[in-house]
Design a protein around this ligand. Structure first.
Ligand SMILES: [Zn+2]
Length: 94
């Protein structure tokens, strides 16, 4: 099974299987934002607008927000090594 991932949000790209077995991959060109393929959501929200208003403005806002979020996600995935917030709130108990 080869699952495609969106180059922008890294989510799995939806594949629709028709009753006759034909598969439709719901991917889109991520150009001019990025190389590769992206999901419908990123296409509509980021790629298509960027073609109209230009990539510079959109990539500035969008990519900084995305990178922030992805950093946050990866930090969460790592587990709770950085549990500074938790230990702080625990201190209130005593
Ligand atoms: Zn996406």
């Amino acid at each position: 099974m080869t699952e495609k991932r969106c180059v922008i949000c890294l989510k799995e790209i939806e594949v629709i299987e028709k009753p006759d077995g034909t598969k439709i991959v719901c991917d889109n060109s991520a150009q001019p934002l990025m190389d590769g393929r992206c999901c419908d959501a990123c296409d509509c929200l980021l790629v298509i607008p960027s073609r109209h208003i230009g990539t510079s403005l959109l990539t500035d806002i969008g990519s900084s927000m995305l990178s922030l979020r992805l950093l946050h996600r990866h930090a969460q995935k790592k587990g709770f090594e950085d549990s500074t917030e938790k230990t702080e709130s625990k201190n209130n108990e005593s």
